[in-house]
Design a protein around this ligand. Structure first.
Ligand code: MG
Length: 396
């Protein structure tokens, strides 16, 4: 068993390496020569500057109380990061829904351990994220907050938005789902009516006795396609398959995490029998998880906060596609900082759930925006983000 795990890990890592970006530094030089004189000068004279990392905790206020599987909340804590090099600034974010086990305190503790003094070139992304990952296990959102800021900074130095560096068209993206939380029929109908015209697909959180009632309430006011997220809430495969057939008749187009995350044998059978694609969310965290889920799920839900950021998200996307698995881009409740990062790399994916910044009342960044039901990246370099409020960054 151990050797099989090791084998899978090795092959996954080898496959991922094959899909990592071509030497970014080489690419960067070409771009810099052509389009960014300031960065070119900076590079040419090898000015030894240090990257400076700072951060600030921030609390997101949700527009509506959010309920999934009997758990409600009205705020989400985040930490915003800032990475400076010369006078160029990159921004990142860690989003910390309480059930994921990280907090503003744990993120700040992690960030205090980050020492970037050994790196003089912010476009050495591979080396820097390897170092960040080696600081401690887990802490995925904390790692993502550095990775996202680093990508924003490196993209600005290169003078290009990341979707162009990846070779993607920012418009060739799937519609984003808009999530309708578990609530009374009246509230569900009201929320659905409110968002009609802005979205082309809705997402429903299920996983309890109220599943059919929720779907019927939405169907009484809207014919939009629906994505369904059970958040591991169904416990029995036979009941789940019956439910999926019923949901298909109701215009549901995909199912996320129907059964508990470790119940892979039953999920594999369910996927085989299901008339709808089945996506892993809680069952997949990082790159090492992807290959063993081939044949178990139809596809995977990639989230920056689970997988330590854009560098690994890109590798997961490329590996999953090479394995002929479907891919979707998801998010937590996040500001436009992290959503804009996700918006750079999801062109060509099958589904998207990038409504995180649209659910909050106090977004503190501008960047990617909702256009005809899709989240579209900005044309500005890096991740295309700008703070819209004064944020007091500190470091020790
Ligand atoms: Mg989910």
């Amino acid at each position: 068993m151990k050797s099989r795990r090791l084998f899978l890990k090795t092959t996954a890592a080898a496959a991922a390496t094959a899909f990592s970006l071509p030497s970014l530094a080489r690419f960067a030089k070409i771009k810099i020569d052509e389009s960014n004189k300031k960065a070119f000068v900076l590079n040419k004279f090898s000015k030894i500057d240090k990257m400076k990392l700072s951060w600030t905790p921030y609390n997101l206020q949700l527009k509506h109380t959010f309920t999934i599987s009997g758990f409600s909340r009205t705020t989400t804590p985040v930490v915003i990061t800032k990475l400076e090099y010369d006078d160029i600034v990159g921004y990142g974010e860690a989003s910390l829904p309480p059930y994921l086990g990280e907090s503003q305190e744990s993120v700040i503790d992690f960030l205090k351990k980050v020492d970037l003094s050994g790196f003089t070139d912010p476009t050495q992304i591979e080396e820097i994220v390897d170092y960040i990952d080696s600081i401690a296990i887990n802490n995925s959102a904390a790692k993502a907050s550095v990775d996202i800021a680093l990508h924003d900074l490196a993209g600005k130095i290169i003078g290009s938005p990341w979707h162009k560096i990846y070779g993607l068209s920012k418009y060739e993206v799937p519609d984003t789902t808009f999530t309708i939380g578990i609530d009374t029929d009246e509230v569900v109908k009201e929320k659905t009516r409110e968002v009609m015209g802005s979205y082309n697909i809705l997402k429903v959180k299920v996983g309890g006795r109220d599943d059919k009632r929720m779907i019927r309430a939405i169907r009484s006011v809207s014919n939009l396609p629906l994505a369904v997220d059970a958040n591991q809430g169904w416990k029995d495969r036979h009941e789940a398959i019956e439910m999926i057939y019923w949901l298909k008749e109701q215009g549901v187009v995909m199912i996320e995490q129907p059964l508990p995350k470790s119940d892979l044998d039953n999920i594999a059978k369910l996927t085989e029998e299901s008339p709808l694609p089945i996506f892993a969310d809680e069952s997949v965290q990082r790159l090492d998880d992807v290959e063993r889920l081939k044949g178990v799920f139809s596809g995977i839900n990639i989230k920056l906060m689970k997988c330590t950021g854009m560098h690994e998200a890109w590798q997961m996307r490329q590996l999953a596609k090479s394995l002929d698995m479907k891919v979707m881009m998801g998010c937590m409740t996040e500001t436009s900082c992290a959503i804009s990062a996700a918006s750079q790399l999801y062109a060509g994916m099958d589904f998207a759930d990038l409504d995180g910044a649209l659910l909050i009342a106090n977004d503190c960044f501008s960047g990617a925006s909702l256009q005809h039901g899709k989240i579209i990246a900005s044309d500005m370099p890096g991740n295309g983000v700008m703070p819209t409020k004064e944020l007091n960054f500190t470091r020790v």
